[in-house]
Each structure stands twice: as structure tokens, then as C-alpha cells.
Ligand binder design. Structure first.
Ligand code: ADP
Ligand code: NA
Length: 332
């Protein structure tokens, strides 16, 4: 039996969004008093699967760490570290590149989305991304992986890799990790297109709400958010086929720690012209203390670097025996 251990990663690829906050950071903070060991990684090696300006990457890595801490994740209780500082990720990823099959990778929807029409010109790293993600998780023998809906397929692939490794080498070495997906806004959609997720890695989405946005920027983005002319329904079924409307109600529910049905009980019958200011007041109230704290932390980059270095040391204590034993199993 494997001890309950949580692993999750976020890419330092552009500023954190409301999607990252509701789908990841807020939930990480809420779960940290359960006594379970949690390991959170700034996955800079994933970020460089698409071009990153070096100075921007360095800054984004620190800002991401500041985002974790400002969201309430305590670097003493949880392990916060930077992926490239623990060599085991790259080592284990190579082994998993040799376990995973081409066909498995070709089925990944994120690969298809991110590579777009010009797959021949995408980096090899972007294609192999899910094998590195499997290494991130399994290097710590993590059993639970809190992710947004968008990453569920990659956790399933991680399970396939663990099963195949254990089977091929006749061992029971890697746990088969579970995705943990919960809450009203596990998938926050773009404010201008309810069929696309809000993503910090999508440079074309100027409508995304960043965790560092000020009150005016948040209000203006919510005011411009795409909706429909109908009033809000009084039950969740009334949001069927209304992706943009549903997204705004889900965001409201997640920000206020309640359910879509509870929100609609209060606001059903109102127009979006009334609901949007309520949503932006709520978003500003929840996000502005975090952005203020992020800015304060960013004034001391060396302190952030020290937190990440200490986290990497603690991560290595767990990772080193796992990679050593893996290489031994493989015969290396
Ligand atoms: P991004 O797509 O914004 O670059 P990452 O791929 O780095 O984000 O994912 C970081 C974490 O944030 C993951 O747990 C992911 O599931 C979550 N996440 C990212 N975008 C969203 C979203 N729009 N809604 C909910 N969770 C999200
Ligand atoms: Na992503």
C-alpha cells in the first residue's frame, strides 16, 4: 500500500489566471490542513515545450511561487519547488518515454489543441509532455493528483504508464494515481468563447482574468464578457446550451464556495446587466488581497528563490530513492 500523497504542478508560462486560482490554487489551500503530504511544482520544463523568453520565464517562475503563497499555501506545510531543480524529473521522463507508446501520445487532446494544424513544427517536447507529467507525479509515488478537468486525460495516461512499467518489469513499484477533480469551477472557460478554457498559456485570449489584474481590469473584462440576452434561470437546467452564461454562474459559485443551484436561487430572473457587477465585486473582493500579497512577495525575489531552493531539497529527499530504484529495476 502506498501512503496518501498529493502532487500537482502549474506551468510558469504567463501570468496566473482565475482558472488556475479556482481550478488549482484555491483548492490546494483548502486541502492543506488534512495532514496529507502535498507537493506542488512550478513546472518550468513543461513551460519550455513552447517558446519562453528566458528572462520572462525566470520572473514567471517566481511569480507563480508568489501566487501559491499568496493563495494561502504554506511552504512549510507543503513542498513548493521548481521542477528543473530536481534532476529526477528529466531522468524518469526518459524512462517513461521508452514505456509510453506513440499512439497513446497522439490521442492526447491537449497535444492536438496546442500543436494545432502545424504538428510538424511543434516541439518534440510538446508531444512528449504527458510522459514528463507522469514522471512528475510518479517520482514522488504520489497517489492523488488534484487537477482541473483539462488535465484528466494526462492523469489517465500516467496511470497507463505506471501499469505498463509495473507489468513490463514484473514489479509493483509505482502506485496507480487518481485524478482528483471537484468543485463548481473545475473548468473555467474563456470569457469571450464558452467552448474554450481560460488559459494563461493562450496569448491570444486578452479577455482572461489574471490574478494580478486590478479592480478596474477585472470589472472591465467581466463587463465585456460574452453572454446571451436571456435572463438568468432559477435552476441549473436552465443553463443547458448557454455555455457563456453557465461559465459566469459557475465562477460566481466557486468564488463564493457555494453551488450553481444556490447562486441561481438568489439571482434567477435577473439580467446579466445586474449580475455582472455582482460578479465583478465578488471577484475583486476575492482576488485583490491575493494580488497585493503577490506584489509584496515579488519585491524580494531572493526570498522566493530561497523558498524554492529549500523546497527542492525536500523534494530530492523523496525523489532520489525512487529514481535510484527505478534505474536499478530497469537494469541501469
Ligand atoms: P494553463 O492552461 O493556464 O497554462 P496549466 O496547464 O499550467 O494552466 O495548469 C495549472 C493548473 O491549473 C492545473 O491544475 C489545471 O488543471 C488548472 N487549470 C488551468 N486552466 C484552468 C481552467 N480554465 N479552469 C480550471 N482549472 C484550470
Ligand atoms: Na496548460
Amino acid at each position: 500500500a502506498f501512503a496518501h500523497r498529493v502532487f500537482s504542478g502549474i506551468q510558469p508560462s504567463g501570468g496566473l489566471t482565475l482558472g488556475n486560482y479556482l481550478g488549482a490554487l484555491k483548492r490546494f489551500a483548502q486541502s492543506q490542513n488534512t495532514g496529507v503530504q502535498s507537493i506542488y511544482c512550478m513546472v518550468d520544463m513543461h513551460a519550455i515545450t513552447v517558446w519562453q523568453d528566458p528572462a520572462t520565464l525566470t520572473r514567471a517562475t517566481r511569480e507563480l511561487c508568489a501566487g501559491f503563497i499568496a493563495s494561502g499555501i504554506d511552504p512549510e506545510k507543503s513542498i513548493l519547488f521548481n521542477q528543473s531543480q530536481v534532476a529526477g524529473h528529466a531522468q524518469l521522463a526518459w524512462v517513461f518515454n521508452c514505456v509510453a507508446r506513440m499512439g497513446w501520445m497522439q490521442r492526447m487532446t491537449q497535444w492536438k489543441d496546442k500543436a494545432g494544424k502545424n504538428q510538424q513544427n511543434a516541439s518534440l517536447g510538446l508531444f512528449a509532455y504527458p510522459a514528463l507529467m507522469a514522471a512528475d507525479i510518479l517520482l514522488y509515488h504520489a497517489t492523488h493528483v488534484p487537477v482541473g478537468e483539462d488535465q484528466k486525460q494526462h492523469v489517465e495516461l500516467t496511470r497507463d504508464i505506471a501499469i505498463k512499467f509495473n507489468h513490463d518489469f514484473g514489479v509493483d513499484f509505482f502506485p496507480i494515481p487518481e485524478p482528483v477533480i471537484e468543485g463548481a469551477a473545475t473548468r473555467v472557460m474563456s470569457l469571450r468563447d464558452g467552448s474554450k478554457k481560460m488559459s494563461k498559456s493562450d496569448p491570444s485570449d486578452m479577455a482572461r482574468i489574471n490574478m494580478t489584474d486590478d479592480a478596474d481590469a477585472i470589472a472591465s473584462k467581466i463587463r465585456k464578457a460574452k453572454t446571451d440576452p436571456e435572463a438568468l434561470p432559477s435552476e441549473a437546467e436552465g443553463l443547458e446550451g448557454r455555455a457563456e452564461a453557465r461559465n459566469l454562474v459557475r465562477i460566481y459559485a466557486a468564488l463564493s464556495d457555494t453551488t450553481v443551484d444556490d447562486v441561481l436561487r438568489d439571482v434567477g430572473g435577473r439580467q446579466f446587466s445586474e449580475f455582472k457587477p455582482m460578479l465583478s465585486d465578488l471577484a475583486v473582493a476575492k482576488l485583490s488581497p491575493i494580488s497585493v500579497e503577490m506584489a509584496r512577495l515579488m519585491e524580494n525575489p531572493s526570498e522566493i528563490d530561497a523558498i524554492l531552493a529549500r523546497g527542492a531539497e525536500r523534494a530530492r529527499e523523496i525523489a532520489t530513492p525512487v529514481i535510484d530504484r527505478t534505474l536499478e529495476i530497469v537494469g541501469m
